[in-house]
Design a protein around this ligand. Structure first.
Ligand code: ZN
Length: 499
């Protein structure tokens, strides 16, 4: 346990229920990393022995990326202008089949650092190579919810993959690592890539462990025609499978009826809204107004970096608001408060997490510091609250890391970043470069070999940085682990109607 800390800031946005702007504020964190006080300095309790830090800008909760396949960073931009099915089948899945565990580690580490630069401290991941995803998140200093993905494909055994998740949870617990920075989840890819019995079995296994089920839902118009024909809608199918009785995170949730939205609301399903990915792949636009009217918890997700081309949640925030305003032809359809809320507390609620997303006593102090030394804040901080919040929704300028602790991995990743593009030719299969020659280092060693710099240009982030945890490994699985985690159906051969 480390020392307690006290942070002074001219502005704190706790993003609590009343969404107040707290001026001349103090935030206290105990030695375990949990918040003990957040409010006006004049009302703060006395403290002794705390390490004090005085900041010049804004403190707010770290952003929550509620749906991502972050380890895909080496695949960014590949097949970028292709339509969805061609992009998946001709480019992304073949590339993912060539990814090695070390590539996933490198991709996840780079993605975590990229997200930390954008102020994202938590991400909900769905991918394979889950041991490497966990290790990279711990090394980077991020908080992560990891859902090992599974499909029903020839040569892929969903039963084994699902059982392995249960064994991992039974062995290490649902949450583990320093400051509980890892949570394990179930990752059935979607209702249209798995048989009905797989969804039933998932519901039972996850409920027995209180685990979150992270699943793609109604992303594109034609993906689930057979399921809709048989069950009326995919939410109805999920209800019949018993999946809606537990914790569920439904990514995308674009093509839903009013009755479907009501079903999600009745069962407390969280939604991850991914406007950037949905726009890039022309999948459609989720109806935020309907979710809000039904009181569904909604967070924001980037989706994979290959179907978005970045992991910038500030961009998602602005896209969500602008598309909602435009579609309603109403500038009040989504306010700055609602944008900030969706990226923080809303995301935490969608994940079923009451321990992050808001700066209030008892929660983890996952927080970011917005520097105000830049054009967006040229009017200063002594402005009305509404003006301040609208300004805070602008993408923050990266600033030199000074007052907050750097994450342990930051230096070496800053140094190794520029070398990672050299992974792309091997993964894309376009060339057979030197990577295939024996004796050359795998991706994770390329990162480790770079000396890097301790002064990277980053957004200030408090990540509760700690040494990576050892020994968290997925139990051995006799059959190959599921592959092809990108959004969308994996192949035409797997699109059989559910059993
Ligand atoms: Zn996805």
């Amino acid at each position: 346990m480390s020392h307690a800390r006290r942070y002074y800031a001219p502005i704190v946005l706790p993003v609590a229920a009343d969404f107040s702007v707290v001026r001349d504020a103090i935030l206290d964190v105990d030695g375990s990393g949990r918040i003990t006080y957040c409010g006006r300095a004049a009302e703060a309790p006395p403290t002794e022995g705390a390490i004090e830090t005085r900041l010049s800008g804004i403190l707010m909760p770290g952003l929550v990326n509620a749906h991502a396949h972050t380890a895909m960073t080496p695949l960014r931009g590949m097949g970028g202008d292709l339509p969805l099915m061609s992009w998946l089948q001709d480019v992304i899945w073949p590339a993912e089949d060539r990814m090695r565990p070390g590539d996933a580690y490198a991709g996840m580490l780079l993605g975590c650092i990229e997200m930390l630069r954008y102020g994202v401290t938590t991400s909900a991941e769905m991918y394979f190579h889950s041991e490497q995803v966990v290790a990279a998140a711990l090394d980077a200093g991020s908080r992560v919810l990891v859902a090992p993905v599974y499909f029903d494909l020839p040569g892929r055994n969903w039963r084994c993959a699902m059982a392995a998740i249960g064994e991992w949870i039974d062995q290490d617990g649902l949450r583990f690592g320093p400051a509980d920075r890892v949570e394990l989840c179930y990752g059935p890819h979607s209702a249209y890539t798995l048989p009905f019995e797989a969804l039933e079995a998932t519901a039972e296994a996850a409920a027995a462990r209180g685990a979150l089920v992270h699943i793609h839902l109604a992303e594109s118009q034609s993906e689930d025609l057979k399921q809709r024909l048989e069950y009326g809608s995919v939410p109805r199918l999920l209800r019949k499978a018993g999946l809606l009785n537990g914790r569920v995170l439904a990514a995308h949730s674009v093509h839903l009826s009013g009755a479907d939205v009501q079903l999600l609301a009745e069962h407390g399903v969280g939604v991850s809204h991914c406007p950037g990915s949905n726009a890039k792949l022309a999948s459609g636009r989720a109806d935020l107004a309907a979710f809000r009217a039904a009181d569904v918890a909604v967070g924001l997700g980037t989706d994979g970096p290959a179907s978005n081309d970045d992991l910038d949640l500030w961009e998602e925030m602005r896209l969500a608001a602008m598309l909602t305003r435009l579609s309603a032809m109403d500038a009040l359809a989504m306010t700055a408060r609602e944008m900030l809320l969706m990226a923080t507390r809303g995301g935490a609620a969608a994940l079923g997490r009451a321990d992050i997303g808001t700066l209030e006593p008892g929660r983890w102090a996952d927080m970011i510091h917005l520097s105000v030394d830049g054009p967006p804040f040229s009017a200063g901080l002594d402005i009305p609250d509404e003006q301040l919040l609208a300004t805070a929704c602008e993408p923050p300028l990266p600033t030199a890391n000074s007052s907050f602790e750097a994450t342990p991995a930051l230096g070496r990743v800053e140094g190794g970043w520029k070398n990672v593009p050299s992974l792309a030719p091997r993964i894309s299969g376009e060339r057979q470069p030197a990577w295939h020659r024996p004796g050359l280092p795998p991706a994770e060693r390329v990162l480790a070999l770079q000396p890097g710099s301790e002064q990277g240009h980053v957004l200030h982030v408090n990540t509760l940085a700690a040494a990576p945890a050892e020994g968290h490994r997925l139990p051995p699985c006799r059959s190959p682990r599921p592959s092809r985690p990108a959004c969308g159906p994996p192949s035409s051969t797997s699109l059989a109607a559910p059993a």
